[in-house]
Design a protein around this ligand. Sequence first.
Ligand code: 0PR
Length: 359
Amino acid sequence: MHETMELTRANRGYDRVLSSMCTYPHPVAVRAHIEYIHTNLGDPNLFPEIAAFERRAITILGGYLGAADAVGYITSGGTESNIQAVRASKLLSGTRKPNIVVPESAHQSFEKARDFTGVEVRQASLDERHAVDVNAVDELVDENTICIVGIAGTTALGAIDPIPALAQVARENDAFLHVDAAFGGFVIPFLEKKYRFDFRVGGVRSIAVDPHKMGMSTIPSGGLLFKRPADFDAISTNTFYSVERSMAGTRGGASVAATLAVLEHLGVNGYRDVVRECMRLTNLCVEEAAGFGVYPVIPPVMNIIAFKLPGLQQIALRLTARGWRISVMGGALRIVIMPHIDETTILEFLNDLKELVKV
Ligand code: 0PR
């Protein structure tokens, strides 16, 4: 009894959490997760039904990203997807001293990819819109560049890199192009404004897209998709029971079932509604903050706002003391307007922010 109470206290939930790209999973995802909690996709022969769920989930994700015939698997998250994409590009290349070119805004998972694969990571500078500068990428690319990375929804700002221009550089240099849409992959397809960032751009070979972020699935569920089956095959290992293309051996089938359940339940219209509400609150937040002289680094593209604030550290500490969970990133206060945030919460946050900015 005592231990249960401890657990309950530790479970604070997402109340006042503006720092996270994760949220409460959808109830249908939770139900599916529990139902399949015992399953192991490491041995798909044992659970062929879940292996089929995974293929269906990948087909739906591929459809959202412009290639319903894409192949791939449900990973443990964006980190695994990015590492595996770099690994695939390395295994496909014959280069002895391979390098990859990533934007300065890239997630730290590419550092891990470097450590695991031994590729050199070159960082390209950003332009005034905080998207990668394609000229800088072009200058860093050489005959040993095996992979170029573009980000569709950067961690700090939610900016979208110019994927079509990166694709051209990749094509000219015979490099693999990976798009990190871990966050943006479940937002951009459902925005009113259209962006070219997915498999519809010729040259995009793989995409990371995380159901456990805006997809409202359970943790851990990431997605790694390849346009060409041969690219996915590059990361395969023969085992005595099957062919494995994942990083892990034993891996849970529960979040795969959860992902398929929420994908089928929400569908395009469901996700569009989720994104529409998050964007309404994002825009409301930006407009209200402008009313007391606080502005974002870039006009939000998606439901991520990075506010420029004089006295940032002090304000961040005071917000934290009032129970807000926020991030300080790239010299700004980053908040993510996830589905667990409602209008009342935003207005309370803005009240606190306004008070602290005045002090
Ligand atoms: N790519 C991008 C663009 C990301 O923003 C992230 C996560 C990843 C890859 C890696 O994804 P996984 O964490 O699934 O491996 N960025 C989040 C962030 O920095 C991670 C996070 C999530 C941090 C929830 C805190 C938190 O409460 O915001």
